[in-house]
Design a binder for this molecule. Structure first.
Ligand code: NAX
Ligand code: K
Length: 525
C-alpha cells in the first residue's frame, strides 16, 4: 500500500540486509519481476498523484535495480501520456550501461524499449529540462564514495531549482542503514521508500535530504509475513504514545502523580534547572523540587511559585518512593556538582541525567562504575551528539555517521536508556530496542529545549513509573514544535513556552477507548 509516513502512525524499520532477505523470500513466491513491476508502478502512481501537471519527466537511471524501478515507472508514465526521457547514467556507452543491468532491470529495459520510451545516454552535457525528475540512480546498492561520473549528474540535479525531484527508494548517495551520505547526495523533494522503512531515511544529518517521505510495501507486509526477519527499530508514531502517558484522572491526588527533584543550576545557569523543573510541573508531575547549586539563587521562582526550591543536599537526603531525580541542567562540572551526581547515582529511584551530568560522567570513571551498578533501576541519559561523543571518546562526526549504532553502544555500555538528540532523535532501551522519533523540527534547536525534554521525561517517569514513558516525552517534545509551527510559522518558540505546546499536543492525542465501568469524563483532568 502506498502511504505517506507521518508522526501519527508507527512503522517497523529494517536494515538493508533484512530488506534483502524479505525481498528474496517474497520473490520466490511471486512470478518473475513482480517486485520490480510493483516498485516501478508505485513510483509512477506517486508521481502522477503528486505532480498531475508534470508534462516532461526525466528519469535518471543507474545501471542497477534502482534504475530498473525507474525504467518501469518511465514506461508507465509514457503510457499515461507524459513526455518521458530516460537518461542512462554511470556508463560511457549505452551498450555498456545495458550490459551491466541485473536481470530484473534488463527486463524493465526491454519493456521500455517495446513501449518506445525515449532513452539516451547521459553525455555529461546540461541536464535536460523537466517538470519532474525521478532519481533512480542508486538505491540500496551504494558502495563506497560516489564515483565522479555519478557525482557530476547529482550536482547538476541539485543545482536546478525549478522542478521537484522524486527519489526512488532513497536519495542517491544516502546510506540506508546509517543516514550518512556520500560527499554528493541527491536532495529530494519526496522519497518513496520501497518495501519498508530504513533507519537512514530519518536519522542523521543526511536524513533531511529525503524531503517528504512515502512508503509502499507493494503487498509484501513484512511484519506479518516475515516475522522471523528482525526489525531494527520502530518509527515512533502517535499510536504508541497514548498508552505510555499517565492516567491523570480527576480523582488522582498530587501524591499519585509522582515527585520530580531537579538538581542543577550553578551560578549563571540557574535558568536551565528552572526550565527543566517548570517543564516537569507543566507535564503533570504532582510536586516538583529544585536544588539549585548557585548559593546566591533566589528562594522562589516567581514565574513558577509551585516549584519548591531546596538545597541539593536536602533533596538528596529526602527521596520518597515515587520520586524521579533529574541531575545536570546547568549544573556545571565542579567538585560540588560531581559530589551531588555521585550521591544521586547511589539513590534507588529513577534517574535522568542530562547536560553537565553527562559531561561529568564522560570525564569520571568512578561515576561510570556507579551508573552501571544502578541496573535494574531505571536511568535515562539524554545526550546531544557532542555529549554522546564525549561519553564514547569519539568525534561528533563518528556519532553522526551512524547514530543508531552509537545510541545502542551507549545503552549497552551504561546499561541504561539513551535518548540521542538531534535530527531524528533516537531512543534505545537497555535491552537494545530502538525507536526513531517521528516528530520535531528546527524550532527545537534553541537554548533550553534539551532542559525541557529532560524535565518532561522526569515528570512522566515519576508519574507512570514506566521507563518507556520517555518515548512519550520525546514524541510530545517534537510534536509541540510541529504544532507551534503550524499555528505561528518558523520562529518564536522559546524553551519556556515549549511545555505548554507539549501539553496541547498531549490533549490532541486521540483518547483511548474507555474501559468498561469507567466514566469516560473521569478519565482525564
Ligand atoms: N529485485 C530486487 O532486487 C528489487 C530491488 N528493488 C530496487 O533495487 C534497489 C537495489 O538494487 P541494486 O542492489 O541493484 O543496487 P542499486 O541499483 O542501488 O545500485 C547498484 C548500481 O550502483 C552502482 N554503484 C554502487 N556504488 C556506487 C558508487 N559509490 N558510485 C557510483 N555508482 C555506484 C553499481 O555499479 C550498480 O550499477 C533498491 O534500492 C530498489 O530500488 C526494488 O525494485 C524491489 C525489488
Ligand atoms: K535513488
Amino acid at each position: 500500500m502506498l502511504k505517506r509516513i507521518s508522526p501519527l502512525q508507527s512503522e517497523p524499520v529494517y536494515r538493508v540486509d533484512a530488506l534483502r532477505q524479505i525481498e528474496s523470500e517474497a520473490a520466490r513466491t511471486l512470478p518473475p519481476h513482480s517486485l520490480m513491476q510493483r516498485a516501478g508502478s508505485a513510483v509512477a502512481r506517486l508521481a502522477q498523484a503528486c505532480y498531475p501537471h508534470a508534462r516532461r519527466v526525466v528519469v535518471l537511471a543507474g545501471a542497477g535495480n534502482n534504475g530498473g524501478d525507474g525504467l518501469v515507472a518511465a514506461t508507465q508514465l509514457h503510457q499515461a501520456g507524459r513526455d518521458v526521457l530516460v537518461l542512462a547514467c554511470g556508463a560511457e556507452t549505452l551498450n555498456e550501461w545495458r550490459s551491466r543491468l541485473p536481470a530484473d532491470a534488463a527486463w524493465a529495459w526491454a519493456q521500455a524499449q517495446t513501449a518506445e520510451v525515449r532513452c539516451a545516454l547521459d553525455d555529461h552535457s546540461t541536464l535536460p529540462e523537466a517538470d519532474l525528475y525521478i532519481d533512480a540512480l542508486l538505491g540500496l546498492g551504494l558502495r563506497g564514495p560516489m564515483r565522479a561520473q555519478m557525482a557530476e549528474i547529482i550536482q547538476g540535479l541539485n543545482a536546478q531549482r525549478g522542478a521537484p525531484v522524486l527519489s526512488v527508494d532513497l536519495p542517491s548517495g544516502l546510506d540506508a542503514d546509517t543516514g550518512a551520505a556520500t560527499d554528493v547526495c541527491v536532495r529530494a523533494t519526496l522519497t518513496l521508500s520501497l518495501l519498508g522503512l530504513k533507519p537512514g531515511l530519518r536519522t542523521g544529518p543526511a536524513s533531511s535530504l529525503c524531503g517528504t517521505l512515502w512508503q509502499d510495501d507493494f503487498g509484501v507486509d513484512a511484519a506479518t509475513h516475515h516475522p522471523q526477519v528482525a526489525i531494527d527499530a520502530t518509527w515512533l508514531g502517535a499510536d504508541l504514545i497514548r498508552p505510555l502517558l499517565p492516567d491523570l484522572s480527576q480523582s488522582a491526588h498530587k501524591g499519585q502523580r509522582g515527585d520530580v527533584a531537579v538538581i542543577g543550576g550553578a551560578a549563571g545557569m540557574t535558568g536551565a534547572a528552572l526550565l527543566a523543573a517548570r517543564a516537569a510541573a507543566q507535564l503533570g508531575a504532582g510536586r516538583v523540587f529544585v536544588g539549585l547549586l548557585d548559593d546566591q539563587a533566589p528562594a522562589v521562582d516567581l514565574l513558577a511559585p509551585e516549584l519548591m526550591l531546596r538545597s541539593p543536599a536536602a533533596l538528596l537526603d529526602a527521596q520518597g518512593g515515587r520520586t524521579c531525580l533529574l541531575v545536570g541542567p546547568g549544573a556545571g562540572c565542579d567538585d560540588a556538582a560531581r559530589t551531588y551526581l555521585a550521591q544521586a547515582l547511589a539513590q534507588p529511584v529513577p534517574l535522568v541525567l542530562d547536560a553537565d551530568a553527562l559531561n561529568l560522567l564522560a570525564a569520571t570513571d568512578s561515576l561510570q562504575t556507579l551508573l552501571r551498578q544502578r541496573k535494574p533501576i531505571t536511568t535515562l541519559l539524554t545526550p546531544h551528539p557532542l555529549e554522546a561523543a564525549r561519553l564514547m571518546g569519539v568525534s561528533v562526526q563518528a556519532i553522526e555517521s551512524d547514530r543508531l549504532t552509537a545510541a545502542r553502544t551507549l545503552a549497552q555500555r551504561f546499561a541504561c536508556w539513551i535518548v540521542l538528540k538531534g535530527h531524528g532523535t533516537l531512543i534505545v532501551s537497555p535491552q537494545q530496542t530502538a525507536w526513531i522519533n517521528a516528530t520535531g523540527n528546527g524550532l527545537l534547536a534553541t537554548a533550553g529545549s534539551g532542559d525541557v525534554l529532560a524535565g518532561s521525561a522526569a515528570a512522566l517517569l515519576a508519574a507512570t513509573g514506566k521507563a518507556s514513558s520517555v518515548l512519550a516525552a520525546v514524541w510530545l517534545h517534537g510534536q509541540a514544535a510541529i504544532h507551534y509551527a503550524r499555528k505561528h510559522g518558523p520562529g518564536g518558540l522559546t524553551a519556556a513556552t515549549l511545555p505548554l505546546w507539549m501539553a496541547a499536543s498531549w490533549a490532541d492525542l486521540p483518547y483511548r477507548r474507555p474501559r468498561p465501568g469507567i466514566d469516560e469524563n473521569a478519565d482525564f483532568c
